[in-house]
Design a protein. Sequence first.
Length: 258
Amino acid sequence: MYTTQPTGFEGFEAMIPLLVFLGLLYGILLLGGLVSYILRGLAQSNMSKARGMGNHWLGFIPYARNYQLGQIAGEIELGNKVIRNPGLWVLLAPIIFTFVFVVGYVIVMVPYMIGIFRFVETEAVDQLLGSIVLFTIMLLIFVVVVTIAQVFLYLIIYLTYHRIFSHYVKGQKPVYYLIIAMFVPLAASVLLFMLSKKPLLSDQLSPDLVAVGEPSVVETSVPVEAPVTEEIAIVAPPIVAKPTPDETAAPEEVDSYA
């Protein structure tokens, strides 16, 4: 018996359901990323306004939004250390991770590919084995270094989120919000947007964070002097008793004899 092989068009038809599924999946991921980007931008704009910061539009600019996010968080306590400028660290952390990944990948793959090309030309098995051993060692080093860089990246980002959450909720809620933001897709942007609509907690604000719409009143302890009033002494005229008719009569003269 002869079996007919499917033509190219028939093979393509068989792949249509898979292609549709992948298209829908990528569309959902793209839409979710766009919604997350917009919500976080709006949240950072509201939060920056609440702190009297300028350039509210930075929340919509790539990389610049990372710097603004760190500045919104303010100083971050990490054990006995204090991160004074978190905006700079949040900005540099993704750049450092990308640099480490790209450079490490090139350093690992270039010697390996050179060894493969030499094996194809010379068919020297010892060179191939040497390239495989070198590739394995460098790959392990690459994985360790990239893992450290990734841990550093996530540590900076999640500490920043926790600090921002603590500006709006008390107790253990910042920790709960952080756990949700770590494991639930889109949760970080949604939480930031929801919290940006709430008033700030005054007991957790640093002195440089001033809420817009609530004018700061500075109470001074300078005593206010009471107005000095001149006391005018009113002297009443002396009261003179009016003599009675008997008192006005001349007294009788009494003759005295020696």
